[in-house]
Each structure stands twice: as C-alpha cells, then as structure tokens.
Design a protein around this ligand. Structure first.
Ligand SMILES: [Ca+2]
Ligand SMILES: [Ca+2]
Length: 132
C-alpha cells in the first residue's frame, strides 16, 4: 500500500490526463471563469497546437514548427541566444525519445526550464534591497 504512488504524483506525471479529468468533473468549465493558473495551462496547450497542427503530425512539433513557435512566442529569449544553432540544440535537448519531433510533454519541459530560470532571477531581484 505504501508503494502506491499518491494521486498527486500521478496527476503531476500526467498533466493532460489531469486536465481531462478536470473537465469531466466540471462539464461547464468553459462557462466558469478560469483561474490564472488554469488560463496559463490552457494557453500552453493552445500555443503548442497553434504550431504543431501545421503539418501532418498534429500532436508533435517538427523542427520547423518548433522554430516558428520560438521565433514568435519566445522571441526575446531567442534573441538573447547568439548561437545560430540554438534551435538545433534545443530540439536535441527536448526530443527525449529521439523521434525527431517534440511532443507536448517534451515541449513543457522547455517551458518549465525557462520558468525556473525566470523565477530564480525573480528571487535574486527580490532579495536585493532596492537602492533609494
Ligand atoms: Ca506537427
Ligand atoms: Ca520526441
């Protein structure tokens, strides 16, 4: 019994399943004002599919689709990277199962990684006493 993963762990590992469960629990979800976090989750899914739907493989990003996504949605991050091979490197990093495509799960790890980096900067800035 103690070996059973907690429900939270399972949900964490399957964020999409979590959303599906959630929408089943709340059939009127679209009628309910989503919270900030729920909107952020929805945005992630919408942004991913805005680019992943462009070719035959609708549930994954090809390198071309990833490039378009990053150039449009993460332009300032991309500009800060001077290496022209950045997209190739990111693609290689993200594609954990090596199928040459970036799934939503793989894409989310990029967003999480960037969010963690941003949060660290936020922490540093809030630690530094503001000079007056
Ligand atoms: Ca695609
Ligand atoms: Ca992949």
């Amino acid at each position: 019994m103690t070996n059973q993963p907690s429900a939270m762990v399972e949900i964490y590992q399957k964020p999409l399943t979590c959303l599906l469960i959630y929408s089943e629990l709340c059939p009127n979800l679209s009628a309910v004002m989503p919270s900030q976090l729920e909107s952020a989750m929805e945005s992630l899914i919408m942004v991913f599919h805005r680019y992943s739907d462009k070719d035959g493989k609708r549930n994954t990003l090809s390198k071309k689709e990833l490039k378009q996504l990053m150039e449009t949605e993460l332009a300032s991050f991309l500009k800060s990277q001077k290496d022209p091979a950045t997209i190739d490197k990111i693609m290689k990093d993200l594609d954990q199962n090596g199928d040459g495509e970036v799934s939503f799960e793989e894409f989310v790890s990029l967003v999480v990684g960037l969010s963690i980096a941003c949060e660290e900067i936020y922490q540093l800035q809030s630690k530094t006493p503001s000079k007056k």
